[in-house]
Design a protein around this ligand. Structure first.
Ligand code: ZN
Length: 149
């Protein structure tokens, strides 16, 4: 297994075992449920946005290890960023897991999220990795519900 793949496995295991920001949020300004029926991932993303800045973000629900770890790392990543920055990073993240953006050779803002590059090897799991981001986007744009289908 390559070093990148090992890192990917470790990060996913760690975040799946101890998801960060895994809690409901009483004072959320934005909430959205998201579902990926293909896998059974079912989560809710909460955000508190003030003056276009993401002050706090959290999630609840259940899903496979890729979905849970992606949600966990997403919450760590977007906290403190602007909604625009979060959306830009999501666009890059999505292109990376589809294999359209090589985070090692092309400019990007992904940082630690690069570990999800390995998902491109498993096309059936791309929706698991992107569901938390789609759901955050849904929350920020006040969508009622997000489904990957
Ligand atoms: Zn899944």
């Amino acid at each position: 297994m390559s070093y990148a793949n090992q890192l990917y496995q470790q990060m996913i295991l760690d975040h799946n075992k101890k998801p960060r920001n895994f809690r409901p949020m009483e004072n959320a300004t934005h909430v959205c449920p998201g579902r990926n029926p293909l896998c059974g991932d079912d989560i809710t993303v909460y955000a508190r946005v003030e003056n276009d800045g993401i002050e706090d973000v959290s999630f609840q629900g259940k899903g496979c290890s890729i979905c849970m770890s992606s949600a966990s790392m997403m919450t760590e990543f977007v906290k403190g960023k602007t909604t625009r920055q979060a959306q830009d990073s999501f666009a890059e993240f999505h292109r990376m897991i589809l294999g359209e953006l090589d985070p090692n050779t092309m400019p990007n803002t992904l940082g630690k999220l690069k570990v999800f590059e390995g998902v491109k090897e498993y096309p059936a799991r791309t929706k698991c990795a992107s569901l938390p981001w789609h759901t955050l986007n849904g929350a920020l744009s006040r969508t009622q519900e997000v489904s990957t289908e």
